[in-house]
Design a protein around this ligand. Structure first.
Ligand code: ADP
Ligand code: ADP
Length: 224
């Protein structure tokens, strides 16, 4: 069954820029899909619409049987290109934020935070402040913060774009096993062909013409 289903989604900004569409997209539950394409092709716009951070001009967005109206923010984890951490708060407090923002108190909050930090390999840095961390580590905090609510869908908008190549490679390498264990529905936006092929099960290539899909291919595991 589809976790994410877009039909005829377009976006025209107030400036008149036609940023998207019409885009049809289906992502299955538990699937890891990359949206690959040149800058300006509407990848971020598509992701923000799926997250409910922007409204489509036309078209429909359905997330796992829930319509746009009923979408609870706790069901979506969003990782932005910039880690956007609170500088005055420890790693642990940064990761706690979405639980504090939840409408109802979250049971086992402290345990969940610990588990999320473990998942991204930062358990020992729980009491550190963002300024003490490298770019890659900040990105891991940002990912832990997105995972702490156990979202149904994880959306990532070029999460590693600002990192140097080696850090980026190490993160990809470390995260690969995390994805396999999580079995989450993930939509990963990237300009990087390498990243998309390395991480995803399916790559959707968007054209420079906003929101149009140019090609799509499935990555077959090379493991026996
Ligand atoms: P990326 O390719 O990494 O998504 P962009 O340079 O396209 O980055 O956009 C960066 C941010 O600036 C986005 O949040 C987007 O909403 C905003 N933005 C991009 N183009 C415009 C524009 N023409 N007018 C207003 N905001 C824009
Ligand atoms: P991508 O993520 O693929 O780089 P975006 O979705 O950021 O693409 O942008 C698609 C198009 O929409 C671009 O032409 C961009 O300048 C424009 N755009 C993005 N955000 C805004 C915005 N907030 N206001 C106006 N135009 C925008």
């Amino acid at each position: 069954s589809s976790a994410v289903r877009l039909r005829g989604v377009t976006k025209t900004y107030d400036s008149g820029v036609m940023a998207l569409g019409p885009l049809d997209l289906d992502v299955k539950r538990g699937e890891f899909v990359s949206l690959l394409g040149p800058s300006g092709c509407g990848k971020s716009t598509a992701l923000r619409i799926i997250a409910g951070l922007a409204a489509p001009s036309i078209g429909t967005v359905e997330l796992a049987h829930h319509d746009t109206e009923r979408r609870g923010s706790h069901r979506i984890g969003f990782v932005f290109q910039e880690p956007t951490l609170m500088p005055w708060a420890t790693v642990r407090d940064n990761v706690r934020l979405p639980l504090k923002l939840a409408r109802a108190p979250v049971a086992d909050a402290e345990m969940r935070i610990g588990a999320a930090l473990d998942q991204v390999g930062l358990a020992e840095f729980a009491r550190a402040y963002p300024r003490e961390l490298s770019g890659g580590m900040k990105m891991r905090v940002s990912l832990a913060r997105a995972l702490v609510t156990d979202p149904d869908i994880l959306l990532m908008d070029e999460p590693f774009a600002a990192l140097d190549e080696i850090t980026r490679f190490r993160l990809n390498n470390d995260l690969l096993s995390l994805w396999r264990d999580l079995h989450k529905t993930v939509i990963f936006v990237t300009h990087s062909v390498f990243e998309s092929v390395y991480l995803s099960e399916r790559v959707i290539v968007m054209t420079a013409r906003p929101g149009r899909i140019g090609a799509e291919f499935r990555i077959t595991s090379t493991e026996p």
